[in-house]
Design a protein around this ligand. Structure first.
Ligand code: HEM
Length: 200
């Protein structure tokens, strides 16, 4: 986990720079566009991850980490229905994820985003509280008060998988999966975020 953190730092910075949710004048439309772009990335990516043997990784609890349904719930509160959700664009340029190590690196990015997500959640609540048409923050509040424990459990599962593999190339592949996930995510947000809801 330490290696992941240090070897993906610049990738985190570039991805974070694509997130516009911390703006003081954030609108419902901008929040909706961001969620639409997230769904376009998470839906096909989670499908790809689900095809890999993550369920066999001790302590990972992959079934409790999927986010697609939460994104859909938030988007329905913003006016979407099943039909319009199905028509939203999906990312075609996903990380390659040829095997389990890359999948763990990919999950590191998705899970770690729940940490910065805490700051975003606070901002969203401040920004939209008291609105007549209520919004939900199911995605950014995915783990509720359990963000810290869930992150630590994830870290332990990854460190243990690395110890069991005891192979430098396993670790290098985990890092590569994480870097590629950050980079494809940043590229998708850069490209998609301004347009997503135009096609809703
Ligand atoms: C406005 C956007 C973002 C902000 C302000 C932000 C902020 C942060 C902060 C403060 C942490 C450290 C939390 C802690 O150590 O307790 C963190 C960690 C992390 N964030 Fe972000 N983040 C943002 C977006 C993202 C995105 C979009 C992703 C991935 C798609 C991401 C992935 C990660 C990961 C993987 C970590 C864990 C680093 C580690 O300790 O190994 N972040 N972020």
């Amino acid at each position: 986990m330490q290696r992941l953190k240090s070897e993906t730092r610049p990738h985190h910075e570039r991805t974070e720079a694509q997130v516009r949710l911390m703006d003081a004048g954030l609108t419902r439309l901008a929040y909706r566009r961001h969620l639409e772009a997230l769904l376009g990335f998470y839906a096909p990516l989670e499908e790809k991850l689900a095809a890999l043997p993550l369920a066999q990784v001790p302590g990972l609890a992959i079934q409790e980490r999927w986010k697609r349904a939460l994104l859909e719930e938030d988007l329905v509160a913003l006016g979407h229905d099943a039909h319009s959700l199905a028509r939203l664009p999906r990312c075609q340029d996903l990380p390659a994820l040829p095997g389990l190590p890359e999948a763990l690196g990919c999950l590191y990015v998705l899970e770690g985003s729940s940490l910065g997500g805490q700051l975003i959640l606070r901002h969203l609540r401040r920004q939209f509280e008291g609105e007549v048409r209520p919004l939900t923050f199911s995605f950014f509040n995915a783990y509720g008060d359990a963000v810290g424990p869930r992150w630590r459990a994830f870290g332990e599962a990854v460190n243990q998988a690395s110890e069991v593999a005891a192979d430098e190339s396993f670790d290098a592949r985990v890092v590569k999966g994480a870097q590629e996930t950050f980079d494809t995510f940043a590229a998708w947000l850069r490209h998609e975020q301004p347009h997503a809801s135009l096609s809703a």
